[in-house]
Design a protein around this ligand. Structure first.
Ligand code: UDP
Ligand code: MG
Length: 337
């Protein structure tokens, strides 16, 4: 019989934030889909500081299937990617699969990801066949995807999609990273030796609503771009050089013009328009610089990235059919090493 501490082949990591409305439906599809695989597995739920009833629903599910269920409880909301990383630290499988709790990623697709992993790939990404999100979100995400691919040189066709599988080698490397603001699929791609992608279905959110506002999506994209590339900064220094060159030329032209044709007073408003335009660019540049500086600050401050309150899991050596599942108490998460 499989005990909680024998290593399973597959670990499924799922971040949970205020998902009480959809969890029952998730369990109803996830467990049968994994049972059908006919291999050992564990499911690691990470509660990212939900303020609704998610925790008690998760605890109940843990009591129902303690042999394959583990629940990591954060003491606050640290974001989806931190939750996934905490799940990776707790997970013991050889193949890690991440998916969203809202059933937008059909659990039945896990079988396809695993099959692909067994072919020898260490990173299996996925592309949503037909995306079930609002039109603006689909469009904006496609545009951002293209821009990001050029800036960061990370080849992920469909970055917004979390249904992915990672090999143990990649997860071990990710566990060594102490990045505060990061984007899990991109980080994993950096470590992948043999990545591939498959096409998967995508469904509408089963219940509840998206946890991402436009603002947090913009933040997330900054994490992705600044976390994996210096090109935005280099672009600014290049542009600065180009602009000083052009304005130096302009000074010469105006000087010559003044000497031969006299002073010019026309075009004041054009001048305003142009200078406001450049002011905008400068402000954006300063802001961008700030994005990097702020991240450096967070990184050197070296606070724990997240705090794990408790992990619900079977105690060491306890078999699935023995008495009561235990609760492992932990109070402090992993600080930066
Ligand atoms: N999530 C999380 N912490 C957060 C926001 C979201 O753990 O701060 C989880 C959420 O419960 C879900 C997944 O991340 O399992 C994706 O969230 P959502 O479906 O809201 O994002 P979308 O599909 O709109 O990109
Ligand atoms: Mg979703």
């Amino acid at each position: 019989m499989l005990t909680a501490h024998t290593k399973p082949e597959i670990s499924v990591v799922i971040p949970i934030y205020n998902e009480q409305a959809g969890l029952a439906a998730l369990f109803a599809r996830l467990y049968p889909a994994l049972d059908k695989l006919g291999t050992s597995y564990e499911i690691v739920f990470v509660n990212d500081g939900s303020r609704d009833n998610s925790v008690s629903i998760l605890a109940e599910q843990f009591r129902a299937r303690p042999d394959v269920t583990r629940v990591v409880l954060f003491n606050g909301n640290y974001g989806q990617h931190m939750a996934i990383l905490a799940g990776f630290e707790a997970a013991r499988g050889e193949i890690m699969v991440t998916l969203d709790a809202d059933l937008q990623n059909p659990p039945e697709e896990i079988a396809n990801l695993v099959a692909k992993m067994r072919e020898g790939y260490d990173y299996v990404g996925s592309i949503r066949r037909k995306r079930q999100d609002s039109a603006w979100r689909t469009y904006a995400s496609k545009a951002m995807n293209r821009l990001r691919e050029r800036i960061t040189n990370i080849k992920i066709t469909d970055q917004g999609n979390m249904l992915r599988a990672y090999g143990r080698n990649i997860v071990d490397l990710m566990n060594q990273c102490a990045e505060v603001n990061t984007f899990v699929p991109a980080l994993a791609y950096r470590f992948a030796r043999n990545p591939t992608e498959i096409v998967v279905e995508h469904e509408e959110r089963a219940a509840g609503e998206s946890k991402y506002s436009l603002y947090s999506l913009i933040r997330l994209n900054f994490d992705l771009v600044t976390g994996f590339s210096l090109i935005p900064l280099q672009f600014y220094s290049m542009m600065g050089m180009l602009m000083s060159l052009v304005s130096a030329l302009l000074v010469v032209v105006l000087l010559v013009r003044r000497l031969f044709l006299g002073a010019e007073a026309e075009g004041v408003f054009t001048l305003f328009a142009i200078s406001f335009f450049f002011m905008g660019i400068i402000l954006f540049g300063i802001g961008l610089l700030g994005e990097y500086v702020g991240r450096i600050f967070q990184q050197v401050r070296a606070r724990p990235r997240y705090v794990v309150q408790t992990i619900l899991q079977q105690k060491q050596g306890e078999s699935a059919d023995s008495a009561q599942p235990g609760v492992e108490k932990r109070t402090v998460g992993r600080p930066h090493e």
